[in-house]
Design a protein around this ligand. Structure first.
Ligand code: ARG
Length: 455
């Protein structure tokens, strides 16, 4: 393909080092679509006669069918997907195939194919992400007004609605979704027509080409267009962030499904047993989800490192962009349906969650009581601290201390203090938007449902 200036043959190790067909063959459909659109522009520019265009399009259809049926036979000289398709096209239609690469370079070709592939893949990931959000929303609705302990530092902090906790994971994924949509938008820029680096001299219409291939825009600068891989970095950040968010959800569920917590039981379809300990039921689905975040972060770092300090414009380093890109897509296409399945099939034990609540979690509410009676919050905090320590010494709950004890610590206490020890009332008092009262959470559910309706 580039043999004209060379007299010898390539070293065998170098060939293996150089060839990317083993992984970039995945872009066969995009490569063929790109070539078909390019051929139509070549006809428009007068490079191909209508008959030649027809021959090339038919030939490309045949190559496409071979790939689709997995009949395509790789040749040792197939350096990458682009050369493989052209080599096969030549075998099918003869010399006219040699006109297809007019005004085009593998530099703008690979940039175009990769963007096309990424657009398709990101749309699939987007659907899978939406499905996880759907599963979270369904469980959030099913939890009604059930209360559970909310944690900070993994210590019991304040009672919250189970729905509130489930939706906390929904909103993280909602931001990921928004990022993905923006990434799709920026990916949808056509590099074709940039040639090797300086643009093409042919009379082609890049806007028509963009429309033909489904791109929203055309690149502004050919030097930039052949080397711009920002869209992959952005995607890999999206993927890493999704991975991190899923790992956090996984960790919550791993902890909550332990015997010690008992808040949730995972379905057997998403757990495995131990080869040694017959009693074990392990949350492997969630542990793998937690683990996959590592490789997603790794892929992002790989690409940033690859791009750092590259000189203008195309450099062969860029061939290394595809494996991290593909791996992130594969990883999430594998992970997201599992996470959705785990969430859908999990059984939440609202009674156990409720039992895990204790009056000690209402210490803030006791402080709020004093604040309502005109005590500055800092002072109220100190007073309740003394009461908590008193309860600990006497080994009783905060609510079981006598009014004398309360009044001895602060005179603002009266016998209505015991009304504070009502877990539902505590949650219900947190009414501002975004808080955990039933009404605020209803509003949140409405907003979450609206997000899912939008797409
Ligand atoms: N296989 C190459 C890649 O993935 C295609 C571009 C090669 N261009 C070149 N000038 N050698 O980046």
């Amino acid at each position: 393909m580039w043999g004209g200036r060379f007299s010898g043959t390539i070293d065998e190790h170098m060939a293996r080092f150089n060839n990317s067909f083993a992984f970039d063959h995945r872009m066969w459909d995009e490569d063929i679509r790109g070539s078909m659109a390019w051929a139509r522009q070549l006809a428009h520019a007068g490079i191909l006669t209508p008959d030649e265009l027809l021959a090339i399009l038919r030939g490309l259809e045949t190559v496409r069918a071979e790939f689709a049926k997995r009949h395509f036979v790789v040749h040792p000289s197939d350096e990458d997907i682009h050369t493989a398709v052209e080599r096969r096209l030549t075998e099918i239609v003869g010399d006219v195939a040699g006109k297809l690469h007019t005004g085009r370079s593998r530099n703008d070709q690979v940039a175009t194919d990769t963007r096309l592939w990424t657009l398709g893949a990101l749309r699939r990931v987007e659907c899978a992400l939406r499905d996880v959000q759907n599963a979270l929303l369904t469980q959030a609705e099913a939890a009604k007004t059930a209360l559970m302990p909310g944690y900070t530092h993994l210590q019991r902090a304040q009672p919250v609605l189970t729905t509130h906790w489930l939706l906390s994971h929904f909103w993280r994924l909602e931001r990921d979704h928004a990022r993905l949509v923006e990434c799709l938008e920026r990916t949808s820029t056509l590099p074709l027509g940039s040639g090797a680096l300086a643009g093409t001299s042919l009379d082609i219409d890049r806007s028509v080409l963009a429309k033909d291939l489904g791109f929203n825009a055309i690149s502004f600068n050919s030097l930039d267009a052949v080397s711009d891989r920002d869209f992959i970095v952005e995607w890999l950040f999206c993927a890493a962030m999704i991975g991190v968010h899923l790992s956090q959800l996984a960790e919550d569920l791993i902890i909550y499904s332990s015997t010690e917590f008992g808040f949730v039981t995972l379905d057997e379809a998403f757990a495995t047993g131990s080869s040694l300990m017959p009693q074990k039921k392990n949350p492997d689905s969630l542990e793998l989800t937690r683990g996959k975040a590592g490789r997603l972060i790794g892929n992002l770092v790989t690409l940033l490192t690859l791009l750092k300090g590259l000189p203008s414009t195309y450099n062969k380093d860029l061939q290394e962009d595809k494996e991290p890109l593909f791996d992130a897509v594969d990883t999430l296409e594998l992970t997201l349906p599992v996470v959705a399945g785990v969430i859908r099939t999990s059984r939440f034990h609202y009674n156990r969650m409720r039992e895990a609540l204790d009056d000690g979690m209402l210490a803030t509410d006791v402080a709020d009581y004093l604040v309502e009676h005109g005590v500055p919050f800092r002072e109220a905090h100190r007073v309740v601290g003394v009461l908590v320590s008193e309860a600990e010494t006497r080994q009783v709950q905060l609510s079981k201390l006598s009014l004398e004890v309360y009044r001895a610590v602060h005179p603002a206490f009266d016998d209505d203090i015991y009304m504070v020890f009502n877990l539902d009332r505590s949650a219900a008092a947190r009414r501002v938007p975004g808080a955990t009262s039933a009404e605020a959470v209803q509003e949140q559910l409405k907003q979450a449902r609206a997000c899912l309706r939008e797409t």
